[in-house]
Design a protein around this ligand. Structure first.
Ligand code: HAM
Length: 429
């Protein structure tokens, strides 16, 4: 019988990596609490029409990547429904905002979520079919200040703080404005006109997008198409005065808070609900899937799914990509145990357990080896797990003088047992 494996694009998370995931989530929760966000948990599946209307029928996510099924009626009172595993969480949060009439409070709702999302994408490094997002949304009636550029800047400043507190170094904030839906209509028209004489020289995807959704041409990564795309009109030249003013206020607030950013005129994002500010935080260490997180403003989303006017802004971080980045950073400086206790022969196992216990009680981080290993194998195992190795043989036990090998200096030292803990806890020079 063929062995059963996790489905393509899904994976198990095992220790020690799960400890890193828990640390990421704990840091995110602590930062969100300081900015007065509360947690929301929405269902993992929703009616398909929520994503079709919210995210947009023309998007890759809705048109090709959703896990959708017909859920059969089980009783006369039920009807067959089309359901979908959530490919993202913003539409679900806005659905919950409408359903629970959170706008009636007159307050801004600041909500965060952590959980799995599902997209049938081609799996590769940093891209999975079940992946995890840590996201947040700020949404409310205009009277609560939900349209203010200050909200955009605060969310971006919070993200810079969170990435710094997670210890992610070398991120870049890429920022753009896609304007109002009227601006985008004018821009789409300008793009269509500019693309008409050149599109036949472009890749098949661009040829299709030029007709269905010209904005998506800006996402193309095919090298030969880049000079053509660079020469296309920019959305910045099609923004109305209000959108321009909004963007200028966001960047002024970021400057005042010392949050660095780069204007990326091609950042239009793959979901249709965005208006005005769009952004991504990218990281060079991630390869092709270089977006650590993405987000933006969605002033018309609530109305698009049948709710009241409720402008909002939010983001979602790819938790898998945060973990990948931190693992790569930490591999460069993998934390090692203080000591590996290596018994010389199986008869020394019990004495080695006692020594490890003594050291651990004194607060040291200790790995215990195995007496049946040959010395070479013990050396190899110790070198991978600890800064130092303590050799415990018959002679060492009798004399009370233990041999300590330091892997970074290469030195081997005889240390009296009573001084061992102090010796092992010294930092390497
Ligand atoms: P998104 O750009 O589709 O936006 O996804 C946000 C982040 O989720 C990406 O930057 C990436 O880190 C991660 N991600 C997306 N797809 C995958 C995948 N297949 N495998 C691994 N990681 C992935 C949204 O989902 C919006 N809901 C964000 C938002 C919130 N906008 C406003 N509010």
């Amino acid at each position: 019988m063929a062995t059963l494996k996790a489905v393509r694009g899904t994976r198990d998370l095992l220790p020690p990596e799960t400890a890193l995931w828990n640390r990421i989530e704990a840091t995110a929760r602590a930062v969100f609490a300081r900015y007065n966000f509360g947690e929301i948990r929405t269902p993992v599946f929703e009616e398909t029409s929520l994503f079709a209307r919210g995210v947009g029928e023309e998007t890759d996510i809705v048109s090709k990547e959703m896990y959708t099924w017909e859920d059969r009626a089980r009783a006369a009172s039920e009807k067959t429904q089309s359901l979908t595993l959530r490919p993202e969480n913003t539409a679900g949060v806005v659905r919950a905002y409408i359903e629970h009439q959170l706008g009636e409070t007159g307050q801004l709702q600041k909500l965060y979520y952590i959980g799995p999302q599902f997209r049938r994408e081609r799996p590769q490094k940093g891209r999975y079919r079940q992946f995890y997002q840590i996201g947040a949304e700020v949404i409310g009636p205009p009277s609560a200040g939900s349209e203010s550029p200050l909200r955009d800047a605060e969310v971006l400043e919070m993200l810079a703080t969170l990435l710094d507190e997670l210890g992610i170094t070398g991120w870049t904030l890429e920022l753009n404005s896609v304007g109002s839906s009227a601006d985008r209509g004018r821009y789409n028209q300008a793009l269509r006109e500019a693309l008409a004489p050149v599109v036949s020289q472009m890749c098949p995807d661009c040829q299709r997008r030029a007709v269905t959704n010209p904005l998506r041409v800006l996402d193309c990564k095919v090298p030969e198409d880049q000079p053509i795309i660079d020469a296309l009109p920019r959305i910045a030249d099609h923004l109305d005065q209000e959108s321009e003013r909004h963007f200028a206020a966001v960047t002024a607030a970021l400057d005042a808070a010392y949050v660095p950013y780069r204007r990326n005129h091609r950042l239009v994002r793959g979901l249709d609900y965005y208006t005005r500010t769009t952004f991504e935080f990218t990281h060079g260490g991630l390869g092709a899937q270089n977006a650590l997180l993405g987000g933006g403003r969605y002033d018309g989303l609530s109305e698009a799914i049948g709710g009241p006017k409720a402008p909002g802004i939010g983001f979602a971080m790819g938790e898998d990509r945060l973990a990948l980045t931190l693992l790569a950073q930490e591999a460069a400086k993998a934390p090692l145990a203080d000591a590996y206790v290596a018994p010389l022969g199986e008869t020394m196992n019990a004495a080695a357990l006692q020594l490890a216990r003594e050291l651990r009680h004194l607060g040291l981080w200790v790995e215990l080896g195995e007496g049946s290993f040959r010395l070479k194998k013990s050396f190899e195992a110790a070198d991978k797990t600890a800064r130092q190795m303590v050799i415990l043989g018959e002679d060492e036990l009798q004399s009370g003088m233990l041999t300590v090998k330091n892997f970074s200096t290469g030195m081997q030292t005889k240390v009296p047992r009573a001084e061992l803990a102090g010796f092992l806890s010294q930092p390497d020079c």
